[in-house]
Design a protein around this ligand. Sequence first.
Ligand SMILES: NC(=O)c1ccc[n+]([C@@H]2O[C@H](COP(=O)([O-])OP(=O)(O)OC[C@H]3O[C@@H](n4cnc5c(N)ncnc54)[C@H](OP(=O)(O)O)[C@@H]3O)[C@@H](O)[C@H]2O)c1
Length: 211
Amino acid sequence: MKVVVFGATGRSGWRVVERALNQGHEVTGIARTPSKMEMTHKRLTLVQGDILDYDSFANVLQGQDAVVSTVGKGERFGSVELYSEGIKNVISAMEEYGLSRLVAITSGGTYPGWDRKNSIFYELCIKRILLRGEYADMRRMENLIMETDLDWTIVRPSGLSDEEGTGEYRTKVGYSILESNTTTRDDLAEFIVDELESNQFVREGVAVVNV
Ligand SMILES: NC(=O)c1ccc[n+]([C@@H]2O[C@H](COP(=O)([O-])OP(=O)(O)OC[C@H]3O[C@@H](n4cnc5c(N)ncnc54)[C@H](OP(=O)(O)O)[C@@H]3O)[C@@H](O)[C@H]2O)c1
């Protein structure tokens, strides 16, 4: 499969790139600063592009099979437009070049109300104060994706960690999973590539955690 990964220099992004390469796929990583990427591989192409600048990447999608968005901002307190404005460009480019498969990371924090599976601290302090702008824009991104006719999968991890992956993750259609509030980036990447190969959750939003 020919896969385009936005945010290839990010902590989840490079893991998705690596996992996809290990699985035998051909990967094009799009990053604002490709030189940050230390990985080289004969099936890896790096392209300088900004998800907020359509012309910087659109034609790269020609002839590709799938797109993965791992971009993120981590903006505390402020307002955010990266997710929604970025995905508008990605969707337009996919439609222009006839691609249908999109996998995009958001977060379990996009649950629109009070999610009883989460702690009071998370619901009150993180979701409603610290990362309020992030989650609001991720919700806009999710809505934009869901309005398309694409074969999309929205991936909602819990708190991400750089701990070594377990090779075992749990998934469930929805926002979060009661038994865990952490997801290793290794396992997130494994799930994303598994999902590209299996198409198990097409047109679904799915929580992924470690147990
Ligand atoms: N942190 C958590 O606990 C958590 C929990 C749930 C979900 N998430 C979400 O999971 C995803 C991955 O998180 P992460 O912590 O692994 O990511 P990360 O390490 O923060 O990487 C984010 C990536 O997005 C790229 N990016 C930002 N703005 C861009 C733009 N305008 N154009 C192109 N690329 C751009 C960054 O590129 P540069 O190198 O150029 O900056 C970077 O490669 C994010 O969407 C995040 O919001 C995070």
